[in-house]
Design a protein around this ligand. Structure first.
Ligand code: CP
Length: 302
């Protein structure tokens, strides 16, 4: 994995996913180490973030690396018209690795083509969010004891939800049965279904969250991505399509966990938070260890 870009989850192989998850478990046991001493990592966030930026920066600080970067591109020369191409060219002079979030689909691939240092995609529009996928996989492995043969429900905005797109690609390597639950307007793009058809994986697509819920191993809730809608009336129509309440979980498997990449808006009622099925805050915590594993693998120090 040394010097590899992580732009799409498919840039890593199944063995590489498993290696990252193993390393993350080691970091969870021992999260304070000196192994990034002397390294500088840039976090360039052209789009808002709480978890992704702060967990990358916590990971870097925990391993004694240095962080440069920005969380508001309005305070950079991008606001004077500097192109992404030139920004990345410049920052790759200053840092050993660049973590970047950008609203434009394909921006991370573009950055990887001009950067002299590895790029980690921290979300590019509605396209991909591969480091989130690896922490989702780590959370699934920790709670289910396996990645194989699970029934995973993906619920909400399957059209624009980049975390869904990355996760289904990665989990399709592990004989997952997917249940895609969304309003018709926010259905999974057909390219992802064609991929599942091609590799012969079963999936179910529908609108009713409760119908098969008792079969779920993982329920992966997602926010309706208001910022990707061009028509505000359309957003208003679908924004509360699914709201998970605690009483809906009564007949589910004891081991079933509710995940959410966060932030949530209305799609998980706070009464779920004290349910034994709620795992989304632990999931976000797992992000620190997984991002330690990603950074150290790509920098070749682990
Ligand atoms: N899960 C996630 O990407 O959260 P942030 O947008 O807060 O980084």
């Amino acid at each position: 994995m040394k010097n590899k870009h992580l732009v799409s989850i498919t840039d890593f192989t199944r063995d590489e996913y498993l290696r990252i998850l193993e390393l993350a478990a080691d970091f969870e046991q021992n999260p304070r180490q000196d192994i990034l001493n002397g390294y500088v990592i840039a976090t360039l966030f052209f789009e808002p973030s709480t978890r992704t930026r702060l967990s990358f920066e916590t990971a870097i600080n925990g391993l004694r690396g240095r962080v440069i970067g920005f969380s508001d591109s309005g305070a950079t020369s991008a606001s004077k018209g500097e192109t992404l191409h030139d920004t990345i060219k410049m920052v790759s002079n200053y840092a050993d690795l660049i973590v970047m979030r950008h609203p434009m689909e394909g921006s991370a691939r573009l950055a990887s083509e001009v950067s002299s240092v590895p790029i980690v995609n921290a979300g590019d529009g509605a396209n991909q969010h591969p480091s989130q996928t690896l922490l989702d996989m780590y959370s699934i492995l920790k709670t289910q004891g396996t990645l194989e043969d699970l029934k995973i429900f993906m619920v909400g905005d399957l059209k624009y939800g980049r975390t869904v797109h990355s996760l289904l690609q990665a989990m399709s390597e592990f004989n997952t049965t997917f249940y895609f639950i969304s309003p018709d307007e926010l259905k999974l793009p057909s390219a992802y279904k064609l991929h599942l058809d091609k590799i012969g994986l079963n999936y179910y697509e529908g609108n009713d969250l409760t119908e098969f819920l008792s079969e779920a191993d993982i329920v992966y809730m997602t926010r309706v991505q208001q910022e990707r809608f061009t028509d505000p009336i359309e957003y208003e129509r679908v924004k509360n399509a699914y709201i998970l309440h605690k009483d809906m979980l009564e007949d589910t498997k004891e081991s079933m966990k509710v995940l959410h990449p966060l932030p949530r808006v209305n799609e998980i009622h706070p009464d779920v938070d004290d349910s034994p099925h709620a795992y989304y805050f632990d999931q976000a915590r797992n992000g620190v260890f997984v991002r330690m594993a990603i950074l150290t693998s790509i920098l070749g120090v682990k």
